[in-house]
Design a protein around this ligand. Sequence first.
Ligand code: HEC
Ligand code: HEC
Length: 415
Amino acid sequence: MKAIRITSYLAVALAWSFGMHAVAQMPPRHPAHRPQPPPHPPTSPPPASKPPQLGDPLPGLTKAQMAAWLDGKDDFESPETEASGLGPIFNRDSCVTCHNTPVTGGAGPIDVTRFGRTDGGVFNPLVSLGGSLQQEMEINPVLHEVVPPEANVVAHRNSTPLFGLGLIEAIPDDQILQNVHNTPLDGVVGKVAKVADAATGKTLIGRFGWKAQQATLLSFAGDAYLNEVGITNRLFPVENAPNGNTQLLAQYDTVADPEDVIDPTTGKGDIDRATDFMRFLGAPPRLPPTSSAAAGRSVFQNTGCAVCHVPLMFTGPNKIAALNQQQVWLFSDLLLHDMGALGDGIAQGAADVREMRTSPLWGLRASAPYLHDGRAMNVDDAIKAHDGEAKAARDRYMKLSKQQVQQLIDFLMSI
Ligand code: HEC
Ligand code: HEC
């Protein structure tokens, strides 16, 4: 086990130097004495010379994949209506309403609410009362869902960015398994989130969501269409009843289930198209490191952050060339950790009440506020709230000099 760990750290170190080469290939800046070109209407430069932007598709897609990405983006941005099956209870009428900052597919300012009840240490998601996810909107006010008085746990969940999720999906399960420490390293163990995957019917390792509650993008899309937008689909065909009141639901649920209709020409429904958009959405581009950010990389490593926020994983063999054996600079082990006081009190999927998935840190500069409930306005506050398995790293962070903290933050804002 030890030997494997050392080799994987070596691999990381090697890959870092690859990263540096990539930076060295950035297009040179124009010399200062260069004469100004005559004014002309802005034209897009040839694609090869344009640095990748947040919200771009993965590089190297085929024409057909590019078309599917655009089609999926359209779907992701289109609002549902009562006629298309919106609700009867829902959170928002489209995916983009919550995933839009700074571009479609990003994080967003809207939180969702989960509730449940803990008695004698046992968590009950109060499913028969409409839990654990609250739908806060409805097509008619009589359907309004509230947090029921029986709930004694209420947790807010911050919307996460969706950049690079196709790469995360393509990381083989056994690589995630290798991140578990059978003997604690710096107090860190980690646990894989084994979940029943609706899309494949298999038990797979969950990796999406604050609780690693979903293993595939298609399952997450199916879940989100039902639970956020109120669109039943082939994977999640049963509507949510307001606080569990199925009689009330029946009076207002007029569109036949599943509401997500398959287009006979493509064989795809909304959940498939939204999946295409997410699967082909590119990773957040890294910024060229300043000298402070480069120093911060060592601070990150030496403080013990990289034990959980594993810088690099790889996708396995994949039919889609853009996802085939690629580097994934996600800065996460995709494991669940006991985060002590930072846990959100909700048990979900394989995650217990104090367990949370290590957040991928790529693209951090565009995803504030931070942590599962968005309580941290900046990275410093997010780190200080770490507890449980992350206590040793947090304590080391608290002892860093002002300059080291700045270097670490500059590094985190560049990845
Ligand atoms: C009301 C706001 C809201 C809407 C609407 C919404 N989401 Fe989300 N999304 C969230 C929140 C909050 C999370 C974090 C959820 C969690 O883990 O508990 C999330 C997480 C996700 C994730 C997991 C990302 C990761 O980091 O692993 C995916 C995938 C996703 N959403 C896709 C969608 C799709 C597709 C739609 C449209 C059908 C959608 N979302 C609509 C709020 C929303
Ligand atoms: C034991 C594993 C572990 C260690 C060690 C650890 N983290 Fe985390 N980190 C997590 C988990 C789990 C979360 C999500 C917690 C939550 O929101 O409930 C997280 C969240 C974060 C976030 C917020 C991300 C977001 O999108 O909201 C930042 C920033 C962060 N960690 C940075 C660090 C830094 C810097 C260090 C080193 C000082 C560190 N972490 C050490 C597990 C760890």
